[in-house]
Design a protein around this ligand. Structure first.
Ligand code: KIV
Length: 285
């Protein structure tokens, strides 16, 4: 395990000060969290995208708080150093401030998260405020917000026109005033992301498919390694085709089982002649 120091809020704000972009990835399980921590990934998002990437749903909407807690605590165990963010699932914060605080608290107390993220702008600013007042660091999420994908008209670029972009600028201001320490901008034009980043005060702006001018970048882990079979968004860069490597390995396994090339001597254990003779006598009819 790494002997790096635990990443905290002062560390992240120092990176902004130093103009050193922050690395952020989604993660949902213990072994991947271990690898991400070892690689030096600074922030991890246990996203409700796990509904699609891990559970095979067509959207994030069926994901529950219990699903999130189970996955977030596994990630925390695998990644003791990274700054772990729990993503609040659909309808676990929208209905009221009280529900939002209660569920945000579960991420902290039950899963050991460092912060939570929720989707939405002006309308969700009171939720952010209530969560922050409860002592929980909160991140806002604007632009393409998957929980509202039906209302947004699909997985597509947001804030393309000046009018729509201005609304996102206003949303970002509202979230900052409410106390969000960071805002994720997903799939908005690069110039809009740059503008919001330049105007941000005491708020870390992160980009997912929104260009290079934010304080850091987020990617969906499954997209960057070819692990999501249904589609690959344009914004994702493939850093290695693990999906192909695994598929080839699986095909080879099936073939080796059929041809009895597997298992080999080193894959199983023997028994001494004396013990086996003894056993044979014991089971003889
Ligand atoms: O759930 C998630 O992984 C997310 C990303 C799409 C930002 O919210």
């Amino acid at each position: 395990m790494t002997d790096r120091k635990k990443i905290n809020l002062p560390y992240l704000f120092q990176k902004v000060q130093d103009k050193e972009p922050i690395s952020w990835l989604t993660c949902y399980d213990y072994p991947t969290a271990y690898l991400q921590d070892e690689a030096g990934v600074e922030m991890i998002l246990v996203g409700d995208s796990l509904g699609m990437t891990m559970l095979g749903f067509d959207s994030t909407l069926p994901v529950t708080m219990d699903d999130m807690i189970r996955h977030a605590s596994a990630v925390r165990r695998g990644a003791p150093t990274a700054f772990v963010v729990g993503d609040m699932p659909y309808m676990t914060y929208q209905p009221s401030n009280e529900l939002a605080v209660k569920n945000a608290g579960r991420f902290m107390a039950e899963a050991g998260c460092d912060a939570i993220k929720l989707e939405g702008g002006v309308a969700m600013a009171p939720r952010i405020k209530a969560i922050v007042e409860a002592g929980i660091p909160a991140i806002g999420h604007l632009g393409l917000t998957p929980q509202s994908v039906a209302a947004l008209g699909g997985f597509r670029l947001q804030g393309k026109s000046a009018g729509l972009a201005k609304k996102i600028v206003d949303d970002a201001k509202a979230l900052q005033e409410a106390g969000a320490f960071a805002i994720l901008l997903e799939l908005v034009p690069d110039r809009l992301c740059k503008l919001i980043t330049e105007q941000a005060e005491d708020c870390i702006i992160m980009s997912l498919g929104s260009g290079p001018d934010a304080h850091g970048q987020l990617l969906i882990y499954h997209d960057m390694f070819g692990l999501y079979p249904k589609f690959k968004p344009k914004m994702a860069k493939v850093f290695g085709n693990a999906g192909e490597v695994i598929l080839n390995g699986l095909k080879q396994y099936v073939s080796e089982v059929k041809s009895v090339a597997f298992p080999e001597k080193e894959n199983y254990f023997g028994m001494s002649d004396a013990e086996f003779d003894e056993l044979s006598k014991m089971v003889k009819k």
